[in-house]
Write a protein that binds this ligand. Structure first.
Ligand code: PMV
Length: 332
């Protein structure tokens, strides 16, 4: 390439977050972000991370901004190093990324961000990889990103280095996820450190691991059967057991706010009235509620009374990452 150090045209790619219905919480001893529990997830529609990517031949130019804010290079270095090794290319990346939803607030923005990067960076290198290969690359950035390279429903098995598809986006077209954003601020403890702290210090962690396979099997079957009630019960057991390991960590991790509890109670009341409203949560105070298209309005109404100062989003089942433009040809 010579001494003039060229940068190339930009490529813009989008990916949607992966919401775990049965959670990945804890890491296998070997490998980077290899999960200790099997997770079952759905990729969400409408929410997107968009990454604008340029390749440079100068290592010292590699950088990432999220919403215009420069990120800590150390957070991204293992991801990019592994990507270069997989692609067998000496190329460095300049990335500007934005999220169409709150970042680092427990809405799985790292899953969509790294899925967009795995997809976009390899495309920028002129490679079109199958999702299994992208999954392995995305995982090094964030475990949940291994799932977000697929649309529809996914499984990421304990001990695996890549996620796999369970059902396509079209499989459950009337499924809706109502998201109660009770607090948009970034979390005070990252999911990474909360996970490690739970694993290292909670007396319940080993039991959590032991029981996780059964939950995943039940949830996967329920998805294939489109049975929201069976899925809902497995989901509820999964998130509450995950939080049990956080509440009993030393020091404990509390993401919940008073509004979180109010929304959970509102879901219980809705179910008593015959409305399918099955909640789950991640590393943050937001509550995500699975329902169907027919009941989405009732769920919004039901939780709106208790979370009326927060934002409520309604999304469906989303698609795999995609290219959405740029200024032209990728170098080969
Ligand atoms: O992939 P990470 O490090 O953001 O961890 C994801 C953890 C949860 O969102 C709580 C669960 C999951 O499976 O996505």
């Amino acid at each position: 390439m010579g001494a003039e150090h060229k940068t190339h045209q930009t490529l813009r790619c989008a990916a949607s977050p992966s919401l775990a219905l049965v959670k990945y919480w804890g890491k296998w001893n070997e490998g980077v972000n290899v999960p200790a529990t099997t997770s079952i997830a759905v990729t969400l529609s409408h929410l997107e991370s968009v990454a604008e990517i340029r390749i440079t031949d100068r290592a010292d130019q590699e950088c990432v901004t999220v919403g215009g804010v420069p990120q800590d290079g150390a957070r991204y270095a293992p991801f990019f190093a592994n990507l270069r090794a997989e692609a067998r290319r000496d190329a460095w990346f300049m990335v500007d990324s934005i999220n169409s939803f709150p970042t680092g607030a427990g809405l799985a923005s790292s899953s969509s961000a790294f899925a967009a990067l795995a997809f976009g960076c390899t495309r920028s290198l002129g490679m079109t990889l199958p999702p299994e290969k992208l999954s392995r690359i995305a995982r090094v950035g964030s475990g949940s990103a291994a799932r977000a390279v697929y649309g529809g429903f996914t499984r990421f098995s304990a001990g695996a280095e890549l996620a796999e598809p369970v059902a396509a986006q079209s499989h459950w077209a009337d499924l809706r996820v109502v998201i109660a954003v009770v607090d948009c601020g970034p979390k005070t403890v990252s999911s990474r450190s909360a996970m490690n702290r739970s694993a290292d210090t909670s007396v319940y962690y080993s039991r959590w691991i032991e029981c996780s396979e059964d939950l995943a099997a039940r949830a996967e079957r329920a998805i294939l059967d489109r049975d929201i009630e069976v899925l809902g019960v497995a989901m509820r057991q999964s998130y509450l057991r995950m939080f049990a390991t956080m509440f009993t960590a030393e020091p404990p991790v509390f993401y919940w706010l008073p509004e979180t509890v109010a929304v959970i109670r509102a879901c219980e009341q809705l179910r008593q009235q015959g409305v399918p409203a099955w909640e789950t949560m991640d590393a943050g105070p937001q509550v995500k509620i699975l329902t169907t298209a027919d009941y989405a309005y009732r769920v919004c109404e039901g939780i709106g009374r208790v979370a009326d100062h927060g934002e409520i989003l309604v999304v469906g089942v989303g698609a795999a990452p995609r290219e959405i433009g740029g200024t032209g040809g990728a170098p080969r």
